[in-house]
Design a binder for this molecule. Structure first.
Ligand SMILES: Nc1ncnc2c1ncn2[C@@H]1O[C@H](COP(=O)(O)OP(=O)(O)O)[C@@H](O)[C@H]1O
Ligand SMILES: [Mg+2]
Length: 263
């Protein structure tokens, strides 16, 4: 099998006396969407930040594209950063900058200086996420939550990444918007052959997009595998997460899909 794009091994995280992760081992395979779930405060965002080289684990290593992101040179980190894109939880656009400048920024950081090229790239990324060019001059405050997520995604895609990190991409969106966001990610995945690490609480999103699901619970990885295996696990977190009312509905959809597309 091809080398994993992300390899986490023996990872421990501590904030003062609080241990957040106790020995996490996790691989992300090329081309897969890995869904990361866990209760609030279980350390999902922290684990993402560690994959991005923004937060150093207490123990253990995180390799992305084979590079230890917490122990590499700045030049190496810069070169792996160009290969991934990130959509932070709230879209994390710069509020003082226009939509256009928010996306152009990623390109300027890469030392793209040709303004015509920047212009073409920004508009093509916006088109990709279904944002009309007339919105490019607006600032984030003038846009809806759904549009901000799309623009955040356009920015994450600005550098044509091989790997995308999504932190709660559909949180705060109404069901229609979150469904269209899911469709968008599915299309991009088909077109761009992305690997995706996605934190989500939303079962519909998880069911629609994940190839495998990793469950963080009690500082450890409870399990990693296809959703249908995860849902069979006899553990209170899993029962609550997947077998509540919302979970039942999402799983019925999954079962329907499995009937239609038996594997
Ligand atoms: N920089 C930090 N300093 C101290 N505690 C932190 C820091 N970042 C996160 N934590 C704590 O680590 C735990 C996990 O946080 P987080 O990764 O944001 O969880 P999740 O995304 O799963 O909700 C929480 O208890 C949080 O308060
Ligand atoms: Mg979080």
């Amino acid at each position: 099998m091809a080398d994993p794009v992300v390899e986490i091994s023996g990872l421990w995280t501590r904030f003062g006396p609080t241990v957040v992760h106790r020995g996490i081992d996790l691989d992300v395979r090329p081309g897969e969407v890995l869904g990361l779930v866990g209760g609030s405060g279980s350390g999902k965002t922290t684990l993402l930040r560690q994959m991005l080289g923004l937060e150093r684990p207490w123990r253990g290593t995180v390799r992305v594209f084979g590079i230890d992101v917490n122990a590499c040179s700045r030049a190496q980190l810069a070169s792996v950063r160009n290969r991934w894109g990130v959509l932070f939880q709230n879209g994390a656009l710069f509020s003082a900058l226009s939509v256009y400048e928010n996306i152009a920024l990623a390109l300027r950081e890469l030392k793209v200086v040709d303004e015509d090229l920047i212009h073409d790239l920004v508009l093509s990324k916006l088109r990709m996420v279904g944002i009309e060019p007339q919105h490019a001059r607006k600032t984030p405050a003038q846009l809806s939550g759904g549009m901000i997520k799309r623009i955040g995604l356009a920015r994450a895609l600005a550098l044509d990444p091989e790997l995308v990190f999504l932190d709660e991409p559909t949180a705060g969106l109404d069901p229609d918007r979150s469904e269209s966001f899911v469709k968008l990610i599915q299309e991009l995945r088909r077109e761009l052959h992305l690997s995706v690490v996605m934190v989500t609480h939303d079962l519909d999103t998880l069911v629609s997009l994940s190839d495998r699901v990793a469950v963080l619970c009690e500082q450890r990885l409870l399990a990693v595998g296809p959703l249908r295996e995860i849902t069979e696990i006899d553990h209170p977190f899993v029962s609550n997460f997947f077998r509540g009312e919302r979970g039942q509905r999402a799983l019925e959809v999954l079962e329907d899909l499995q009937r239609l597309m038996p594997i």
